[in-house]
Design a protein around this ligand. Structure first.
Ligand SMILES: Nc1ncnc2c1ncn2[C@@H]1O[C@H](COP(=O)(O)OP(=O)(O)OP(=O)(O)O)[C@@H](O)[C@H]1O
Ligand SMILES: [Mg+2]
Length: 298
């Protein structure tokens, strides 16, 4: 059965951890077509239509439809077991929906496996960390660039002649830039497994960014962090979205952060979409409040 709703996620009395300067766009209005769109938000890049997913007798997703626009910071929220990770897994190719269709940049994802989706510009982080703990931070992030490397075993023997040396230097420069962006310079040569949880989450984010994704999927990037660590990650996510134009889908339990930084929010409950709209729309939606706070508080 579904696990309990976390009552610390209630909408009331929840301070936003970020200042209003990075707050959500208020000029767009959903559901339906946006009336006014933020200039930085473009056309639809990801469309899900009627996605259903079943595990034995458990219906993890039921007829879920949604769309994400270019440059958007799109959050998925919902109580534990609502189907958030399952939906992200359907987008990344880890799970195959039993029904429905997903299209990325107009192309159906149905027949593409997870690695082809990564090559086509979809990167992700995991709810439970997935780093190589016996590799350095630098090497973990370089792994993310693997599919962008042209050199292979045929050219390795001609390292200095074929441009492979130049290519490697370019990849290392990009990795150094990511390390600087995520403020992890001081641990670049440390083994990933030796780092604190908060730092490992940052390294995982760096590795996902190293893929140069056009769509970045973040599964609870701030889980288990203290307020200061959360603020740091939220700042990176906002900068990625607002300044670098990366389209982001983020699952997050901290309502303060979600409502503060998201352009739009999709709310799942028992595998169903119960609301989709701006943070303001979602905050005032009675079905959402009921799902989070229980019928007695409506
Ligand atoms: N691989 C799996 N095998 C069997 N059941 C699964 C599997 N993955 C998810 N489920 C079930 O599907 C439902 C949705 O799970 P999911 O992990 O997507 O929820 P969630 O919203 O991400 O929850 P949380 O907030 O706890 O991370 C749950 O009932 C879960 O037990
Ligand atoms: Mg989850």
């Amino acid at each position: 059965m579904y696990s309990e709703v976390r009552h610390d996620e209630s909408f009331d009395n929840k301070p936003c951890v970020l200042s209003c300067s990075v707050g959500p766009s208020t000029s767009a209005s959903w559901p339906g077509q946006p009336s006014v769109i933020e200039p930085r938000i473009g056309a639809q890049v990801l469309v899900g239509e009627g996605i259903s997913l079943t595990f034995g007798g458990v219906k993890a997703l039921r007829n879920v439809s949604f769309d994400v626009r270019k440059g958007e910071l799109f959050s998925i929220i919902g109580p534990n077991g609502a189907g958030k990770t399952s939906l992200l897994n359907c987008v990344s190719g880890r799970y195959k929906p039993s029904q429905g269709e997903l299209r990325f940049e107009g192309v159906s994802l149905t027949s593409l496996g997870a690695s082809r989706r990564a090559q086509s510009g979809i990167a992700r982080t995991f709810q439970n960390l997935a780093l190589f703990s016996h590799m350095t931070v630098l090497d973990n992030i370089l792994v993310g660039r693997h599919h962008l490397m042209r050199s292979n075993f045929l050219t390795e023997g001609l390292y200095w002649l074929t441009g492979a040396a130049k290519e490697e230097a370019a990849h290392r420069r990009r990795v150094e830039e990511l390390i600087e962006f995520l403020e992890i310079e001081h641990v670049r040569h440390a083994m990933a497994g030796s780092l604190s949880y908060g730092l490992r989450k940052r390294v995982e984010l760096a590795r996902a960014m190293a893929i140069e994704p056009r769509l970045l999927l973040l599964d609870e990037p701030m889980a288990g962090m203290n307020l200061e660590e959360k603020e740091d990650i939220a700042r990176f996510v906002v900068e990625l979205s607002r300044e670098r134009g990366t389209t982001i889908i983020m699952i997050e339990h901290d309502m303060g952060v979600v409502m503060d930084i998201s352009d739009r929010v999709l709310v799942l409950n028992y595998g169903e979409v119960i609301a989709q709209g701006t943070p303001a729309d979602v905050l005032t939606n009675s079905t959402v409040r009921q799902a989070y706070l229980g019928a007695e508080s409506i």
